[in-house]
Design a protein around this ligand. Structure first.
Ligand SMILES: *Cc1c(COP(=O)(O)O)cnc(C)c1O
Length: 387
């Protein structure tokens, strides 16, 4: 089976992890700050907080921004459930904004329309999570303008987009957002096994997230509410969590970071090759905004079902039978059983539903060979059959 994504672990990665195993610290040592500095410097952010997953990063990002009971969080329906669940963790309510039919990202026009209505109804969102689907950055400049006009905070869920660029700058410089979040799950662009990071330019938000990832406990007298009893003293000033990253993961992450740009370049080369090889087939290849350089976490094709004698599901099943590890990113979050109980209707977000009825993620990963890619293309031609 050719998987839809997979990590690359080389000898340098293994050596980095083994040397941590042989060192004094398995957690809370020098490797985590080193990894944070490496990501912050690369993407151009002032502060970086490593945590045990992007899901945790989203949670503490929402809390740091003050999201709580009675508030609303809005995001795209075409994302992993974590982009929405983080709002529910905080006791907030979640709603969605339909996608742009070209980029498949949250549509700024649809957002503007929804904001106008929400303002009249007095239910404006406190936080909007912009997901850079497949690694292609959202239209951050438009989202930023709307955030200023309507007073909501912006989180970039860049789980797919480390190493991507928007207007020539790395995603994560957070110039149009409050906080950007990365994931280092093995299917993502670089990995720490499990792991995530929140980056921000705001010192206050960084301090809040730093507290929240480790029990809300501090040894910094500046953050304490009264004077220390003695040198042993620490204070719990918040209700935090244990969301810390280990030294092993951080060492792996720092080692992987040295290959980030090469990984993204390779993904872009493979994607361009797919664009060519698939250009004659009855499907839509990923449209790229001229202002963006995608991280190319995923390569999603959309079938032209009106020109096919086979169904979406049949094409998917045929590919799997032929040993191609295709996937579907994503089932619209609002249609998940858990979200259905909140009263969403199936046709609330027609562009997202349309996307879901046609989309297939085909394999794309750094170590993929041209030969494997040709195999995917041939299997796809076979699956599509006569048109
Ligand atoms: C993978 C992913 C997450 C969650 O990442 P974890 O590190 O597994 O918690 C969140 N959002 C998106 C868009 C993702 O793809």
């Amino acid at each position: 089976m050719i998987p839809y994504g997979r990590q690359e672990i080389n000898q340098a990665d293994i050596d980095a992890v083994v040397s941590v195993l042989e060192s004094d610290f398995l957690t809370q040592g020098p490797q985590v700050p080193r990894f944070e500095q490496s990501v912050a410097a690369h993407v151009g952010a002032k502060h970086a907080l490593a945590v045990n997953s992007a899901t945790s990063a989203l949670h503490i990002a929402c809390l740091a921004l003050g999201l709580g009971k009675g508030d609303w969080l809005w995001t795209s329906p075409i994302t992993f459930v974590a982009s929405a669940n983080c709002g529910l963790y905080c006791g907030a309510k979640v709603d969605f904004v339909d996608i742009d039919p070209h980029t498949y990202n949250l549509c700024p026009k649809a957002l503007e329309t929804k904001l106008e209505r929400a303002e009249r109804q007095g239910r404006l969102p406190k936080v909007v999570v912009a997901v850079h689907l497949c690694g292609q950055p959202c239209d951050m400049q438009s989202l930023h303008l709307l955030s200023n006009r309507y007073g909501f905070k912006l989180i970039e869920d860049a789980s797919h987009a480390i190493g991507a660029k928007y207007q020539g700058e790395f995603v994560g410089n957070s110039c149009y957002s409050d906080i950007t979040v990365f994931s280092f799950h093995p299917v993502k662009i670089i990995t720490t096994a499990e792991g995530g990071m929140a980056v921000t330019n705001d010192q206050y938000l960084a301090e809040r997230m730093n507290l929240l990832r480790s029990h809300g406990v501090t040894r910094d007298s500046e953050l304490m509410t009264h004077e220390a009893d003695g040198p042993w003293y620490y204070q719990q000033v918040e209700l935090g969590f244990n969301y810390r990253m280990t030294e092993l993961q951080a060492a792996l992450g720092t080692s992987q970071m040295t290959r980030l740009d090469e990984y993204v370049a390779r993904r872009n080369t493979l994607a361009a090759r797919y664009d060519n090889l698939l250009s004659e087939l009855p499907l839509t290849t990923p449209w790229q905004h001229p202002d963006s350089y995608s991280g190319r976490h995923l390569y999603v094709i959309r079938l032209h079902l009106d020109r096919l004698k086979v169904s979406h599901r049949e094409v998917f099943e045929s590919l799997r039978e032929q040993g191609i590890g295709v996937n579907l990113h994503y089932i619209p979050v609002h249609s998940q059983p858990y979200y259905q109980t909140m009263g969403f209707n199936k046709d609330d977000f027609p562009e997202a539903e349309q996307y879901y009825s046609e989309a297939i993620s085909v394999p794309l990963f750094h170590t993929m060979t041209k030969c494997q890619q040709d195999e995917v293309v041939n299997a796809l031609k076979n699956a599509l059959g006569d048109t």
